[in-house]
Structures are given as C-alpha cells and as structure tokens.
Design a binder for this molecule. Structure first.
Ligand code: HEM
Length: 348
C-alpha cells in the first residue's frame, strides 16, 4: 500500500455503489477537496490494489488530458473487472479492448473511424425523425396522468437514437434494452453469485453485434455498424474483441449517460420551478439548459486512469490506479462542465 499523502484515515467508501445511491456525495467531495484532494483509498475487494481518488477540478482535467502519463489502456477504464478467478476472458477483452480503453496512437485510429457519425451535420440529419419519435413518446403518456418517466421516456429515447445510428432493427431493440439494463445493474451490485448470468448477457450482446457485422459485410448500408464492419486497419478487418467492444461501448455508454441526464434534468427542473418557467417562456435557452443539465446531473460517477510514469500532480504517483470523481465538478464555479472538458481531451 502506498503511503497516503494526506493522512486523514479511511473516511469513505467510494468503491461501493451505496455511497452514490442518493446522488453524488457532495459533502464528502467538499471535505476531500479541502483535506485530501489526492486521497489514498483502500479497496473492499481483496483482489484490487486500492486507488488514488482525485477530487480537484484542475487535477482531474490535467490527468484526463495527459494520456501518456495517465493511461486508459493500462488496466482499462473501470475500477474493477471482477474477480480474475471467475470472470470470462472474452468479456474482459471486449470491455478493456475498446476505444474508451485506448491511448494514442491507437485511440486516434478508432476515433477517426466513428467520428463522421457524430458530427453536428450527421446528428442534424436525425432531427426530423427524432422529433417525430419524441412526439410519439409524449403522446403515449399524454392521457396517463401518472407514469414512470424513466421507463416511458428517458429509457426509450436514447436507445432509439442509438439504434437508429447503429442500424439496429426495431425488433431487436427491446432485447438490447433488457441486456443493457441487466449488465448495468449487475456491474453496480458486484455480486459474485451473478457471474454466470452476467456472462450469458455479454455473450448474447456480442452475438447480436457479430451477427450484424456479418450481415453488414455482405450488405453494406450507411449506418455506423456498416462503417465498423467494413473498416480495414493496416489492410485487415478489426479483430473480433474490438468489434465486441465497440458494440458494447456504444450500447452501454450511449444509453446510461443520456438516460440519467434526461431523468436528472427533469428532476432538477421540477425542483426548481422558476428555472422551468424560464425555459418554457424562452425555448431558445434549451442549449444552455442542456449544458447545465450535463453539469448538474453529472451522470458519470468516475473514470479510471493508471499512472504509467512518475510524477505528476505535486507528488509521486507511479503505477497506481487513479479514480477521477466527476461529480465533484458540480460544486465548483467553472466555465464548462467537467465532462465536456474531459471529452475535449480527444479533440485537437
Ligand atoms: C450525457 C451523455 C454522456 C456523457 C455525460 C458522456 C460522458 C463521457 C465521458 C466523460 C467520456 C470520456 C471518458 C474518459 O475520458 O475516459 C466519454 C467517452 C465516450 N462516450 Fe460518452 N457520454 C455521453 C453520451 C454518449 C453517447 C450518447 C455515446 C454514443 C452514442 C457515447 C459514447 C462514448 C464513446 C464512444 C466514448 C469514448 C470516446 C473516446 O475514447 O474517444 N457517449 N463519454
């Protein structure tokens, strides 16, 4: 165990989902920023080594923008991949071996492959259909009086957009939704008894992705799955674990974040009716409101980096796991959302 830099003892359990069950623990973040902004945290899982928890905005941004020192590829982007004795290597290879778990120069190759599907122009092209889908979802609940916003709206819309972009047919979408829900629930709970069920879910998801890739190789279209299926890197097709990883990343990363931002955004507007009124009176504020929702809700709890070389920050953190706590940003005065800044590390 490394020597803690700020010795304040074990004051929290950032590795347990229960710590986040009522939202981001802002009081705790405030204390950590003040007393131990680079905080050594023991792990409750005995097969994990512990990690440094970073809570200062400038440290998180600095680490995020220096992939050569703070790697996403070494150790991956998740704090734990589960007990190495029981996890399935195919699932691990796909989870680790996708774009989000890469460093330059590999990262840029994959980034370039998908970038055309995420340009403002490409997204704009979806607008008419997206508006129609939103109308349909709202009409479905119009007469209900009381309904579950998560299942009726915020779960449906991002999944629909994502599936449109990827070219996943309507008939497969409920299955994708169920598999993604199962996997995210299971990864939060970290219950070793669920390992087999998790494995089954991964395999089903990978099979869907592989079948689509095969189909797109025979009959290319203009969707994202066709791009991925037919991209050649150094003359060859993408290796199967990268194809699995891409499919997994898109359906999980694209779903949870947007779903939680929509839900948390609506909750924030409901709890702050004067802000809701402003938006209703002037819909041109929606772009600002979206940025503010991203900041306010902070739908990502953490990202991981592993330090590959010596010192950074003002101390020596070498070959250590680092946890970047995104929610801490919400409390700090700043020009843009921390998540937007982290994203921007990849651009330019
Ligand atoms: C509220 C919505 C979202 C938030 C807050 C969010 C947050 C993030 C953050 C912070 C990262 C950087 C991770 C890191 O530095 O390690 C990231 C990466 C990524 N996200 Fe999202 N995301 C959102 C929506 C989406 C959607 C809708 C998709 C897919 C359609 C998506 C796909 C990805 C991908 C592919 C990466 C990896 C990018 C790369 O490595 O260059 N995300 N996301």
């Amino acid at each position: 165990m490394p020597k803690p830099i700020y010795d304040i003892g074990q004051i929290c359990e950032l590795d347990k989902w229960e710590t986040f069950i009522n939202g981001q623990p802002f009081d705790l973040f405030k204390r950590l920023r003040k007393e131990a902004p680079i905080y050594w945290h023991e792990e409750s899982l005995d097969f994990e080594p512990g990690f440094w928890a970073l809570t200062k905005h400038e440290d998180i941004v600095r680490v995020s923008k220096d992939p050569l020192t703070f790697s996403s590829a070494v150790g991956g982007h998740l704090m734990s991949m589960g007990d190495p004795e029981v996890v399935d290597p195919a699932a691990v290879a796909a989870i680790v071996g996708n774009m989000i778990g890469m460093d330059p120069p590999d990262h840029q190759i994959y980034r370039k492959m998908v970038a055309p599907s995420f340009t403002p122009k490409a997204i704009k092209a979806l607008e008419v259909d997206m508006r129609a889908k939103i109308r349909e979802l709202l009409e479905n609940v119009e007469d209900k009086g009381e309904f579950n916003f998560v299942t009726e709206i915020s779960e449906q819309l991002p999944l629909w957009v994502l599936c449109e972009m990827m070219g996943i047919p309507e008939s497969e979408r409920p299955k994708i939704r169920d598999l993604v829900n199962n996997l995210t629930d299971a990864s939060i709970q970290q219950d070793p008894n669920n390992s087999f069920q998790i494995w089954v879910n991964y395999m089903e998801l990978f099979k869907m992705g592989r079948d689509m890739i095969e189909e797109r190789r025979q009959n290319p279209t203009d969707d994202l799955m066709s791009v991925v299926a037919n991209t050649k890197i150094e003359g060859g097709e993408l290796p199967p674990e990268l194809l699995d990883g891409f499919f997994l990343l898109m359906v999980i990363a694209g779903n949870e974040t947007t779903r939680n931002t929509l839900t948390g955004g609506l909750m924030a507007l409901t709890e702050n009716p004067e802000e809701r009124e402003k938006l209703l009176k002037d819909p041109s504020l929606i772009s600002n409101a979206t940025d503010e929702m991203l900041r306010w809700v902070t739908s990502v709890i953490y990202f991981r980096r592993t330090a590959t070389k010596i010192p950074i920050l003002e101390v020596k953190i070498s070959k250590q796991v680092i946890r970047l706590l995104c929610g801490t940003a919400q409390q700090i005065e700043m020009k843009m959302s921390l998540l937007t800044e982290i994203y921007s590390r990849w651009i330019g």
